[in-house]
Design a protein around this ligand. Structure first.
Ligand code: EPZ
Length: 440
């Protein structure tokens, strides 16, 4: 099994192109099921999860054409364009064998149900970062008039005819539930209103594509009874959608990971193909840390320059839904805080078990304690290289970042987790001067 060997790196310097967003690509690929015909996508990252989506789409009856181009001196390939040909008649079963490998496969439920009036999708299994139930998805589709039962580990969904629009309040602005319900509602009869919906950039990118296919969707806000501002998504169902083409938004989590790596190694970084506005409060936090952060989003430019002026200082964060601090950057921020002078608090409010990287960071010599959903990091710590294990995608990236500042050699194992969500991580880091090598 592959692993990374990482050596202490003085400062990351140089320029990288940010890849397309994994968490935008997956719902976009499954949204193609909503309309017969040729859908073409560009800026789709060459990731394990993307290939798992292709496998499921092929299983459902789609044809996938991938046009690649060599990058990093032929050592890797990026996906130049992806064309999905969706047939008139689809298979409507997503088997356990495919779904168990990738939870996001649940995002084929809404499209299959609203197009075929029947869908059988395996329940996604457990996950390292939390229980991650799909009750909001199921509840939302039931409100659209579908009959959903859990049968032998599968969600067995049926509707007598077209789904029917409805008003609903999400208990929590779940990304996946919002995406599944929108995709079901676009072909439903009448209007659907999702109150307390998620408006993460990836959700909005899905909406952009659905509208290109002919969907009628609007996003607005309202003040709830507790005077809290919340987001609302309104979908007026249409009879038919048509295939279209779309360029996926850049990956803000990949961008954030590199910016944090730059800040903690005292680097000078240029990130291209990045949308600064998607990074919400992260750039503000990096500026408060003392980094110079310059954004250039003149048309076609979209780049961020970061210069780490001085050692990082202790700074607390609390993960929140967009535009708050993203939970997918929590582990990387924690790795950086091991190098900060003083105590910092990292509170995780989205997932109940997203501290699996802490014992591994402590193995490298960090000093991190946990009190319920808050981690207390004391620093600065002189980290020393050791063998550590990635338990999930973002935890894995925090260990690579820690390896960049640890003396000696750090071996990060189970990097298949990283390959699911970071395109060419080792090539990109090496191009910035990092001492990292993939070994098998
Ligand atoms: C998406 O997961 C992302 N994955 C996650 O990124 C990301 O961490 C998460 O959103 C939050 O931003 C993809 O887009 C493929 P949620 P999702 O539904 O949709 C609870 C990464 O590292 N919940 O917003 O599964 C849930 O347990 C991954 O790239 C229910 O209780 O997240 C969690 O505590 C990891 N019932 C919270 O809501 C439901 O039906 C947020 O989950 C749905 C969710």
């Amino acid at each position: 099994m592959d692993y990374f060997k990482v050596q202490k790196t003085v400062a990351l310097n140089g320029t990288i192109n940010v890849s397309g967003a994994k968490n935008a690509s997956l719902p976009l690929l499954f949204s193609s099921l909503l309309a017969e015909g040729k859908h073409s996508f560009s800026n789709i990252p060459n990731l394990e999860d993307v290939h798992l989506s292709f496998k499921l789409l092929r299983y459902l009856g789609c044809e996938i054409e991938i046009n690649t181009k060599p990058v990093f001196d032929q050592k890797a390939e990026s996906l130049n364009s992806v064309t999905i040909t969706v047939p008139k008649i689809l298979k409507n079963i997503a088997p356990y064998e495919l779904v168990r490998k990738m939870r996001a496969s649940i995002l084929c439920l809404g499209p299959l149900l609203t197009r075929c009036y029947q869908a059988k999708v395996s329940l996604p299994g457990g996950c390292a970062i939390g229980l991650r139930p799909v009750d909001y998805h199921i509840e939302g589709l039931r409100l659209l008039g579908a009959d959903l039962r859990l049968l032998e580990g599968y969600i067995d969904a049926k509707s007598k005819g077209p789904l029917v629009g409805a008003n609903m309040d999400l208990q929590f602005p779940s990304v996946g539930a919002t995406e599944n319900i929108i995709m079901a509602a676009v072909l439903a009869e009448g209007s659907t209103c999702i109150n307390n919906a998620s408006v993460e950039p990836e959700v909005l990118d899905l909406i952009t594509y659905l509208k290109k296919m002919g969907a009628d969707i609007s996003v607005s806000t309202f003040i709830d009874e507790k005077k809290i501002k919340k987001n609302k998504i309104t979908i007026n169902g249409v009879e038919k959608l048509k295939a279209a083409s779309h360029k996926v938004i850049p990956d803000r989590i990949e961008a954030g990971t590199f910016l944090i790596a730059g800040a903690m190694t005292g680097g000078d970084l240029y990130l291209h193909n990045v949308q600064a506005c998607h990074l919400g409060g992260v750039l503000e936090k990096l500026k408060q840390l003392g980094c110079t952060v310059e954004v250039d989003n003149t048309k076609g430019k979209d780049s961020i320059y970061l210069h780490a002026n001085k050692p990082v200082v202790a700074m607390d964060i609390k993960t929140e839904v967009y535009p708050g601090f993203p939970t997918d950057l929590q582990a990387q921020w924690m790795a950086m805080m091991t190098q900060a002078k003083g105590k910092s608090l990292v509170e995780e409010s989205i997932f109940e078990n997203r501290f699996m990287h802490i014992p591994e960071l402590n193995r490298l010599g960090a000093s991190i304690k946990v009190n319920k959903s808050t981690a207390i990091i004391s620093g600065p710590c002189l980290l020393k290289g050791a063998s550590v294990m990635a338990t999930d995608l973002r935890a894995g990236s925090s260990l690579v970042l820690a390896g960049l500042v640890a003396s000696g050699e750090t071996q990060v194992h189970r990097i298949y987790h990283l390959d699911r969500g970071y395109e060419f991580l080792d090539h990109k880091l090496s191009s910035l001067g990092a001492l990292i090598k993939r070994c098998s």
